[in-house]
Design a protein around this ligand. Structure first.
Ligand SMILES: Cc1cc2nc3c(=O)[nH]c(=O)nc-3n(C[C@H](O)[C@H](O)[C@H](O)COP(=O)(O)OP(=O)(O)OC[C@H]3O[C@@H](n4cnc5c(N)ncnc54)[C@H](O)[C@@H]3O)c2cc1C
Length: 428
């Protein structure tokens, strides 16, 4: 029987498509460490791996099992750059920083691919990404983006797709045009989690599942992390809980808003060879982004985001099936074999959030739906920081990320209203 994450609804197809995953023990009693890491998704596990391989004594805890948050359950799409387009970032942070942030994301892409290659982790990387528009009005912007990326940001892998090419590559005439990115791709996210946890343990990191941090404090020059299974005393700590932070640490909670995203996996599309014949992944121009791709065994994995109130797998399936039917009418009645959700951490400007929240305690998250490559790399960059190396993490620290308005009591309600408004605009 596949494992059901206690913090995210539904058993994912990823979970069901891997052999039983190795489990790691809960922490048994109090311990000391040079560095403590809270959260065993990509961010935390990469930090632990990179620290341990340099001989640092690191202890990582996760409240559930590794990958039970976003890292084991996401759409698997790398994308390119930061969540915001580079030219839009340029308007906010200036030319030089926009380039540095773009380069950071390219390095992130390279880092994850090299990491998987080096450790023979078969994360099923498939190249190619299509970003498609559901509105005619965006054509000028899309064409311009292709030019700007090649001419100003040195990224030559984008090409504009007209309506005909878009329809052929998607196997659907639903979208108006799009951009093809030959410099990125998509992966099986849980396979990366499993391989990464294994490498962290092999490198000597002390990694524990089913161990929830209850409180973080700084006293007498050390960081104290109280858990239900003892206290960790460390010189420094990384909070890598992202959208699952809950009440553990208020600065992260005020800046990283949890929103839920849902994915459905269909049966294998044997009778529909025209759907994504090139195997690329797709994301669309809606505010409530639809993102989809085919799995290696030929299923459609289709994600859409809504501010749903119900979250049981049956509700997820019916919403996802309706969205699939809008794009692929021939699949309107397709069986959804697996339906699941997870929580994405978003920030107000959709840029990552990195801050020292108390002396020696850094939090990183809020990748805003763009964290598959960035979170892995940020975990590595945190390790570099702790090792006293030069790191571009300061670029993220310098981003001006405002807190969500409304305080802890009202921000969810305000966000719900805002999301509903934008979701409504998608339909106009
Ligand atoms: C449905 C979905 C689809 C997505 N699709 C994409 C995509 O296609 N492309 C993309 O780039 N990004 C995507 N994302 C986002 C991406 O998955 C995340 O940005 C990334 O996985 C974040 O990794 P993380 O390690 O920071 O956080 P997570 O993987 O969420 O890990 C946080 C961990 O912290 C643990 N934790 C929380 N509180 C405590 C505590 N008190 N004590 C101990 N442990 C604790 C949790 O158990 C969890 O394991 C998607 C996310 C979701 C949910």
């Amino acid at each position: 029987m596949s494992w059901q994450s206690p913090i995210s609804p539904g058993i994912s197809w990823y979970e069901a498509s891997v052999p039983e995953r190795p489990s790691y023990p809960p922490m048994a009693g109090s311990r000391k460490a040079d560095v403590a890491v809270i959260g065993g998704g990509y961010t935390g596990l990469q930090a632990a791996y990179n620290l341990a391989k340099e001989g640092v004594d690191v202890t990582l805890i996760d409240a559930c099992r590794f990958g039970d948050g976003a890292s084991g359950r996401n759409g698997g799409q790398f994308g390119t750059g930061q969540r915001a387009w580079a030219e839009d970032l340029e308007e906010v942070v200036g030319r030089e920083r926009a380039q540095l942030l773009f380069d950071m994301a390219e390095n992130a892409k390279r880092y994850v691919l090299d990491f998987a290659r080096e450790h023979a982790i078969d994360m099923e990387f498939v190249p190619g990404q299509l970003s498609v528009s559901h509105k005619d009005s965006l054509e000028k912007e899309y064409r311009r983006h292709v030019e700007v990326m090649a001419e100003r940001f040195g990224y030559p892998h984008l090409s504009f797709m007209d309506r005909e090419e878009t329809a052929v590559r998607l196997g659907s005439s639903h979208y108006r045009f799009g951009i093809r990115d030959a410099g990125t791709g998509h992966i099986h996210p849980m396979k990366l989690v499993i391989g990464l946890a294994k490498q962290a343990a092999l490198a000597g990191a002390n990694i524990f599942e089913q161990t929830k941090a209850l409180k973080i404090d700084r006293k007498g020059g050390v960081v104290l992390i109280e858990t239900e299974r003892g206290t960790i005393t460390a010189d420094r700590a990384l909070i890598a809980c992202n959208a699952y932070i809950g009440n553990l640490e208020p600065v992260t909670a005020c800046h990283v808003m949890p929103i839920r995203s849902f994915i459905g996996a269909t049966t294998v599309l044997t009778e529909h060879p025209g759907v994504l014949p090139g195997g690329e992944s797709v994301d669309d121009s809606r505010f409530v982004v639809r993102y989809f791709r085919k799995s290696k065994d030929g299923r459609l994995l289709f994600g859409g985001r809504e501010a749903y109130t119900a979250d049981n797998p049956r509700d997820i399936s019916s919403h996802i099936r309706r969205q699939i039917g809008e794009i692929y009418p021939a699949l309107a009645d397709i069986e959804i074999t697996h339906a699941w959700g997870g929580t994405v951490g978003i920030t107000m400007p959709r840029q990552p959030f990195c801050r020292e929240v108390m002396p020696g305690v850094v939090t990183i998250g809020g990748y805003s739906g763009h964290g598959v490559m960035l979170s892995n790399f940020c975990g590595k960059l945190y390790a570099d920081l702790a090792l006293g190396k030069d790191t571009p993490l300061d670029l993220l620290k310098d981003l001006k990320i405002p807190a969500f308005p409304g305080g802890t009591r009202f921000r969810s309600a305000l966000l719900f209203l805002a999301l509903s408004w934008y979701a409504l605009r998608d339909r106009l």
